[in-house]
Structure formats: C-alpha cells, structure tokens
Design a protein around this ligand. Structure first.
Ligand code: HPA
Length: 280
C-alpha cells in the first residue's frame, strides 16, 4: 500500500488550484457545513473526486472540500467529516486534516457539536476548546511514523495554541458573543454516553463530550499546524436533566446557533489576518 505521506501528497496535488494556497483550514461540524458556501470566489471539490479521501455518510454532512476567501483569509473548508463510529480508523478519519495542512494551512479551525458536561451550560453555548482528553480506542498516529509528516512523539502541551485562544476570545468579545472555555473529551460513540459515563467524564475534568475532533487535532499538531477548536454545546449530556438525548435535539440546537457561530468564525478569520498571525 502507498505510504501515508504519498497518499496525502497525491490528494493535495489533485485538489490544488491555481490561486493562492490556503492559509487556514476549516473543519466544519454538525450544522456548520453551510459556512463553506459563504466563502468568496469559492471552488468546491467533492470528496468522491479526491484520491484516498474517506467518504462521509452521516445525514447533514455533505462531503466537499471548498476553497475560498473569508475575512481576507484564504481558506480551505471541509464540508463534512467522517467519524470513528462509521467504522473508519483514526488514521483514515484524520486523513483530510492532513491534506488541509499539506495544502498550506498553518492554522486549523475545528468545530463540532458536543454534549455539555458542565451543568451551568445551556444548549447553544459556544465553548472554546482549551485542551482535550482522548478516550477513543484508536489513535491517529498508531503505526509506523513517517518523519516527513512529523515526529514520533509529538508534544501536546499546547494542542490548542494559547495565543490563538486569546485571539478567539478577543474576537468573540468584540462581537458580543459569549464564549465559554473548557476541556473536550472524545468518546467513540455512536451511542451517547450513559449517565454513569457522564459522571466519570465530569470527574476527570472534561466540560464537553463529543465523537470527533481529537484525531484531526492530533495530526494537525503532528504536522506543525496551530489549532483553534470550538464546540457548540447542543445538549446537556446524558443524565443531567433526566431527559432522553436525540440527534434531533443536536441538529436543532446547531441550526439555532448557526448564525452566531458563523459570525464568530468571521470575526476570528478577520482577526487572524489583521493580527498578522497568518503572515510568513
Ligand atoms: N455526547 C456525545 N456526542 C455528542 C453529544 C453528546 O451528548 N451531543 C452532540 N454530540
């Protein structure tokens, strides 16, 4: 089988356009895929046309890579992502994120829908990810390491760049958008957690629980990109209210918050440009 490095390069070569290479990679979670359509001068490439790209099957996750500009930033957005619970390995799930970095993205903004573990947070809360806990049963870097992609033992002390967290909080404040901050825990799914698991996750210091993001963040860091992560708390995690959880609640909240979430992304992109964080 072709080496991972060569598969990443082949995918990047297949989608690379004539314009400026992207500076920012956007990984758009549940309900946010439409943001890719707002990119100016956009060019879309269906995942099905990209060599080695995994295909997403979840309803509400269209599978397209979209290039375009927003807030003065040259972006490439993943409209739709695949998850471990679909049966993919963590290496496969994180492959598209590697392609974003290979295309030139030095900053990756990753978004997701998550259950709130912090009982003070109502559905609709936006949470900047300060750090994560990986409870997935596969790791994106398991297997032989290719030094052309990154080091064998990447440091994760600053998985979510502190200076970019400050930037995101400043951008949110400027727009008057409340932004919580906390720890994201990745669970395998596809079941939502049991109330006992929710208690455990609260005890280990997590604030939000979801089924994605960590593999992508791991490979972005492996390849040297900086990461901003934002969760939309779509529901209180199992057992907190006593109500049953449903995918409908998740998508309803994501839809309700979408405009606010998008205006936060706009503000962050603008600030990334004006602060000079994307230079060099
Ligand atoms: N748990 C796990 N993943 C989720 C949840 C949840 O409560 N809500 C949205 N994604």
């Amino acid at each position: 089988m072709t080496a991972l490095y060569d598969r990443v390069q082949a995918a990047a070569a297949a989608v690379r356009g004539p314009g400026r290479p992207p500076q920012v990679g956007l990984i758009l979670g549940s309900g946010l895929g439409g943001y890719a359509d707002s990119l100016v001068g956009k060019r879309a490439v269906p995942y099905a046309e990209i060599p080695h790209f995994p295909q997403s099957h979840v309803v509400g996750h269209a599978g397209k890579l979209v290039f375009g500009e927003r807030g003065g930033a040259h972006c490439v957005a993943m409209q739709g992502r695949v998850h471990l619970y679909e049966g993919h390995s963590a290496e496969t799930v994180s492959f598209p994120a590697r392609v974003l970095v290979a295309l030139g993205a030095k900053v990756i903004i990753v978004t997701n829908a998550a259950g709130g573990l912090n009982p003070d947070w109502t559905p609709g809360t936006l949470m900047l990810i300060r750090d994560h806990i990986d409870m997935l049963r596969d790791h994106a870097l398991r297997g032989p390491n290719d030094e052309r992609l990154g080091p064998r033992f990447p440091d994760m002390t600053q998985a979510y760049a502190p200076e970019l967290r400050v930037l995101a909080k400043t951008a949110a404040k400027e727009k008057g958008i409340p932004l919580a901050e906390g720890v994201y825990v990745a669970m395998p799914g596809p079941t939502y957690e049991t109330p006992a698991e929710v208690k455990m996750l609260q005890t280990v210091g997590a604030d939000a629980t979801g089924m994605s993001t960590v593999p992508e963040v791991v490979v972005a860091r492996h390849m040297g990109a900086r990461v901003i992560g934002i969760s939309c708390i779509t529901n209180q995690a199992a057992g907190i209210t006593g109500n049953a959880l449903s995918h409908d609640e998740v998508t309803d909240t994501a839809t309700r918050v979408r405009a606010t979430f998008e205006s936060l992304l706009d503000a962050i992109l603008t600030r990334l440009v004006t602060s000079g964080e994307l230079d060099a």
